[in-house]
Each structure stands twice: as structure tokens, then as C-alpha cells.
Design a binder for this molecule. Structure first.
Ligand SMILES: [Cu+2]
Length: 532
């Protein structure tokens, strides 16, 4: 299916500026003569020749065990060889420890461990770090108003009590999160616990070999192979999309594997793009098991054929390569889907550069080639962990409306104001949040700071989501377990159970926002105060 679409807008269409319309438009498929394959085009399988970057013991994405290791972490401008070894301006977190230097280190810590790091801002603009998914005091969380200016320091020290799982950290600079995260300021924060270790032993997994973090990001490059981030008005409204996909900062990556189980910890680190993950051998879609989501392992493995992954979300999957033979090739892909961007506003802005890779195109993320011998257990544990449901027996209901008005994405009619506290809750209470996305809207991945929540139900979901149901109350596999980010499609109502228990001293002010980073920076965010 060729997605380059033209739009027909009825006379009732309300023109809202930027040369595009947000209501009343219908997309029609039409061939686009301008479309042509381009270097690093992820649709073309033959482009996939670059070895996937594997995290090592130092350097970029180097793995750093951080329990009780006080670090100095500098956010700085640098260059990084992203495309064919050509240096691109890049932003990264850098630290040194035990004679080794790390860029965007993968922090790894045991549950209950203590983390301490001083952020030094070596950029020429404000910044701050958010520890995405961690349950920590608000002054450790990277609230945008805690952003520090160039040359300033911010001390972090907290105990990590989260369940084992794949968390991450990234800039949360006031009004600059999208640009800085796109520029490179993000990496993983891995928490290990007993359940995780049991799985690692059962499947004989090794981090960095058969247990691999995969950060998926879409980027755009200039002719000189330099990262480009210059969102126009349309992209500020819809989100910034790239046409070259990087996995672990590698374009068109390939990985040699053996016929055994692999754990892939997928993180969508893109600004705005949603992926629909499948493993395909030729035209055959291979089943895989989802074993974890944002807040760690699920109760058991869930076999699926495809799953959505929105910006900010993690999907921890087991891929059974023991069903493959030597020489087999499998692609991790993103399947085509309906992006539901106001039923076509995105496409109407077809002149914008994002049109090179739309959501209604199937494209490749990672090529897996079986070249190694078999060397792993064949049986997956039937149980992985315990997920105790939050008791919502006495919960109060909070309604949260997501909508566009006056050309701004809003939460309950508001855009972000640092002096307003639209979500004002009490500590040690349980709430049910009813997130309702307007019909004339686009998907919003909503992220809560400070707390993991549980998804109770999805209602009025679009067909492509209903088709993935089967987990009770309209939920899809990405909704299971503990979550900090949930994708809400146009027209949907998604109900969350939120337990606001904590043992931090005093009022805690976090934020709740859309993880489409352009939306966040444009104010699709509210303060969330949990009173002591
Ligand atoms: Cu949004």
C-alpha cells in the first residue's frame, strides 16, 4: 500500500491554519510520483548491512553497574558517527568510572540499590534528567522547572525500589525536551531483581549477547549526514518524524544470532513515531512472547504476532530463534497501520519532509541472520513474576480529556502552566483515571511521572486496536503489567488504576504529559501534585 495520500476536504471543513485542516478531511490513496527509495530507506531489505551496535563495557551505551557508585555525569555537545561513519553533531551524557569513559551509559542496578550522580550541564542551554519510570521523590524526578543553566550542577541521589525491568533516562529540559532528546540525550536504566535473575538463568541469557536492549529512533539527516531537527509549524503540531530508523544508533542494522531464545528489550526512544512490532521470515509473521512492559516482567509470557510500541513505552520480548535454521533471515519490522492523525492532517501537509516514511508503510528495523550454533535452553518458564492488581474498591475517578483547541493540544482544556496544579491528589490514595481522547485527534502516548499504574480497560477503540484485544476489557498486550506510558487512540477512553502511595516527605509535584515530545514541549503537560 502506498501511503502518500491526497486529501479531499468538504466545504464544511474548518480551516485552522498552517495550510492544513483538522476536521472533515478524507484521505484517498494516490500514487506520488515524487516518492523514490533513498539511502538508508528502511523499506528496502538490501540496505540492512550494518552490524547492530552492541553495548559493551565502556564507550557509547556502555553498561555501568551503579549501585553506590557516585558519578559525575556531563551533558555535552559532541559528534557521533551515525551514518556510514560520518560524524554528526550529537548530544550525549558522558561519565568516567574506573578508568573507563561512557557515553549515554546504560545504567544497571539491583532493586534496592542506591543511585547517586551529579549532572553537570555542559550544554549552552538549560537541561535536566528525568528517570523515566522510576518511583522517586519529585525533586529527583527531573521536573522541567528543575532545569539548570549552562555550567550548573544538579545532584541526584535516590534508592531504586522499582521492580526489575527496562527503564530509561532522558532530558526533560523545560521547552527543550524534544530537541535535546532527538539530539541524543537518552539511554537505558536497567533494574534487576530476583524474578529477572530467575529468567536469565532459566534461558541462560547474557546481557549484551542474548539479552539485548534495543532503542528504536527515527531520525532525519541532511545531505552531509548530519542530524536535522528543524520542525516546521505542522511538525510542532503533529510531532517530528524521521525517515531513517536507528536501532542502538545504527541505521539499517543486522545481527548474527544462533537458533535459541533472545530477549529484546525494545524501547521506543522516538519523538513521535509509533511502531507496530512484528518478526517476519519472508512473508510469514512469526509469533513472539511479550514478557515485560514499562514496569518490568509480566506474570507470564504472552504469545503475540504484533504489538504497538509508542514513544516512551518499553516492550520486553522473547524471540524464539530455535525455530530457525542456519542461514535463515528474519526481520524485526514495523507493520503498516492507520496513524489516525486527524484522519489525514499529517498527509495533507504532504509537502513536509516526513512524507518519505509514513505509518501506512511496512518497514524494517533490524535484520537477524542465523549464523551461529544452537546454545540455549528450549523451554520458557510458565511463570515470570507476580503482578498484584491495584485495589480500586475505594478509588475516586478523575477524568482527563485530551483534545485540540485553538491549535494547541490540551489536557482538560489547559496547556502547561508551571504555576498551575490541575491534578491535585492526596498521598496514599487510589484513583481511577479516565483518559478520554477526542475523536478528531491523534494518538497520544500519555506518561505519568513518579508512579507506575495499571491499565484497567480500553473502550471505543479503533478497529486496529480492537483486533489486538483478548486480554480483558478491551486491553492489548502493551497494556499488561505495570505501566508508566499508555497510548490513547482517537475516540478511546482508557481507564487506569493509579496508586499514589509513597513514603517521600512533603508535597510531591510531578508532571503528567504526552510523550510525543513536540506535544510535550508545546504544553500538553500538567503538574501533578500529590499532597502529603
Ligand atoms: Cu500527544
Amino acid at each position: 500500500m502506498n501511503r502518500r495520500m491526497f486529501l479531499q476536504c468538504g466545504s464544511s471543513t474548518l480551516a485552522v491554519g498552517y495550510g492544513l485542516s483538522l476536521v472533515g478531511c478524507r484521505g484517498t490513496d494516490a500514487p506520488d510520483a515524487a516518492f523514490a527509495p533513498y539511502p538508508h530507506d528502511p523499506v528496502r531489505a538490501e540496505n540492512f548491512t550494518n552490524p547492530l551496535f552492541i553495548p559493551g563495557a565502556e564507550g557509547p551505551l556502555g553498561v555501568l553497574d551503579v549501585s553506590d557508585v557516585p558519578l559525575a555525569l556531563t551533558a555535552r555537545t559532541a559528534t557521533f558517527p551515525l551514518l556510514a561513519g560520518r560524524a554528526s553533531p550529537f548530544l550525549l551524557f558522558e561519565t568516567s568510572y574506573a578508568g573507563k569513559t561512557f557515553q549515554n551509559p546504560i545504567f544497571r542496578i539491583k532493586r534496592g540499590g542506591h543511585f547517586a550522580a551529579t549532572l553537570r550541564n555542559g550544554l549552552n542551554e538549560p537541561t535536566i534528567i528525568h528517570w523515566h519510570g522510576l518511583h522517586i521523590p519529585a525533586n529527583m524526578d527531573g521536573h522541567p522547572t528543575d532545569s539548570i543553566g549552562p555550567g550548573k550542577n544538579y545532584p541526584y541521589a535516590f534508592t531504586v525500589n522499582n521492580r526489575g525491568g527496562t527503564y530509561w533516562y532522558h532530558t526533560h529540559a523545560e521547552n527543550l525536551t524534544a530537541k535535546q532528546a532527538y539530539g541524543g540525550l537518552a539511554s537505558f536504566f536497567i533494574v534487576e531483581d530476583d524474578d529477572d535473575e530467575r529468567l536469565t538463568r532459566a534461558l541462560d541469557l547474557k546481557f549484551g549477547e542474548t539479552d539485548l536492549p534495543l532503542v528504536i529512533q527515527d531520525k532525519r539527516f541532511s545531505a552531509a549526514s548530519e542530524l536535522v531537527y528543524q520542525p516546521d509549524a505542522t511538525e510542532k503540531l503533529m510531532g517530528h518524524f524521521g525517515d531513517i530508523i536507528l536501532v542502538n544508533l545504527t541505521p539499517n542494522p543486522t545481527l548474527e544470532i544462533g537458533p535459541r531464545f533472545y530477549r529484546f528489550r525494545c524501547l521506543n526512544g522516538s519523538n513521535a513515531r509509533i511502531y507496530r512490532l512484528v518478526f517476519m521470515r519472508g512473508k510469514q509473521q512469526l509469533a513472539y512472547r511479550v514478557i515485560g512492559t514499562d514496569g518490568g516482567l509480566l506474570d507470564r509470557p504472552y504469545e503475540v504476532k504484533d504489538a504497538f510500541l509508542a514513544p516512551g513505552e518499553r516492550l520486553d520480548v522473547l524471540f524464539d530463534a530455535s525455530q530457525l535454521r542456519q542461514g535463515d533471515t528474519v526481520f524485526l519490522k514495523s507493520l503498516a497501520f492507520d496513524s489516525m492523525h486527524n484522519e489525514g492532517a499529517m498527509e495533507m501537509a504532504g509537502a513536509n519532509r516526513t512524507a518519505r516514511l509514513g505509518d501506512s508503510v511496512e518497514f524494517n528495523l533490524l535484520k537477524l541472520v542465523v549464523t551461529r550454533p544452537a546454545n540455549g535452553p528450549r523451554a520458557v518458564p510458565a511463570r515470570l513474576s507476580q503482578v498484584e492488581p491495584i485495589d480500586v474498591g475505594r478509588a475516586t475517578v478523575r477524568k482527563v480529556r485530551l483534545e485540540l483547541a485553538g491549535m494547541r493540544w490540551r489536557i482538560n482544556g489547559e496547556v502547561y502552566r508551571k504555576d498551575a496544579f490541575p491534578i491535585d491528589a492526596r498521598r496514599n490514595t487510589v484513583e481511577i483515571w479516565e483518559l478520554h481522547n477526542a475523536q478528531q485527534s491523534m494518538p497520544h502516548p500519555m506518561h505519568m511521572h513518579g508512579f507506575q499504574f495499571q491499565v484497567l480497560s480500553r473502550q471505543n477503540s479503533p478497529k486496529q486496536i480492537r483486533a489486538l484485544g483478548g486480554y480483558g476489557n478491551g486491553r492489548i498486550v502493551s497494556d499488561l503489567g505495570w505501566k508508566d506510558t499508555v497510548l490513547v487512540w482517537p475516540g478511546e477512553t482508557v481507564r487506569l488504576a493509579v496508586d499514589l502511595s509513597h513514603d517521600f516527605g512533603g508535597d510531591q509535584t510531578y508532571v503528567f504529559h504526552c510523550h510525543n515530545l513536540e506535544h510535550e514541549d508545546a504544553g500538553m503537560m500538567v503538574n501533578m501534585r500529590v499532597r502529603a
